[in-house]
Design a protein around this ligand. Sequence first.
Ligand code: KQY
Length: 365
Amino acid sequence: MPFPLASTPRADGFFMPPEWHPHRQTWMLWPERPDNWRYGAKPAQRAYTAVAEAIARFEPVTMGVSADQYENACARLSEKIRVVEISSNDAWVRDTGPTFVIDGKGNQRANDWEFNAWGGLTGGLYQPWNRDDQVAQKICNMERIERYRTDGFVLEGGAIHVDGEGTLLTTEECLLNANRNPHLSRAEIEQKLRDHLGIDTVLWLPEGVYNDETNGHIDNIACFIEPGHIVLAWTDDESDPQYQRSRTALEYLENQRDAQGRKLKVTKLPMPQPLIQTDDEADGIDQAAKAWPRRAGERMAASYVNFLIVNGGIILPAFGDAMDERAANILADLCPGREIVPVASREILLGGGNIHCITQQQPLA
Ligand code: KQY
């Protein structure tokens, strides 16, 4: 494949479509590192398998797997899932994979963001991360898609959401964090987002979900459900540290307009009760000096907003919590044409993310 393109998507007429744009397929990566996934990643592999099979009811799925895990993944996944060999450091293709862009004329390219494991040597979650940083390139090569590489600009796909009509949603906590792009100002970061995603307006929520180890990714606290309409993770419990985060986000959004000049509609999506990592869960994880420690008693960043929109459906995190059903009903009301498919995702949450974080949609051009 040729070297990365030297221009930008915007200059070439490309933009990031919204998640509800029809998909060609969804990409995933197979979990295996025992210092992030308990008990040799077997429970996580079962959870990833359930997510893959749920998505495969609606659209093709490709699973990237290391050479060591190739046979195991093939044996656990049904024949509907395409399994390809991709080595990586962990299994978060939302952040390490390409962000695809289209031109509306049948062409597709991708952004290959520089990746630093959510903070590099200043709060990053593991090292090394060199294989993760190659995932986007490998996927693009496999698909014969030209890419724009952003050396010198760190970004993860979970840090952005777009509405496809010129507006992008992100958080200050992540994108302005000194462990991502300390050499760039807010205005310079906005320009990068305009150039690479074809958007015009950036909406900056101050913070993400409490205790989110990604430094507050947007994909855990808020997303577009349609142009002009945002779903926001919410709690009514004023004693919960999440309350002020969600309240501040709501007040911010109520005072913004999107790129089309619209006032924004915000739907509150309740959060589950605080979910705490148990002794047994923490005990199953290998201790390693170069990976983020996981401790019993820590609250996890559980949110229903971390769902994936697929062709005709929504794959929704389920936690075995009283709010599971309410969250599913709210989304069913918002999206009458989509089947809501809850998938038990506590094992994914234990690794630090959820269904949106472990998937990457590839749009139809
Ligand atoms: O939220 C995401 N997009 C990824 C979470 C990564 C956690 C790594 N342990």
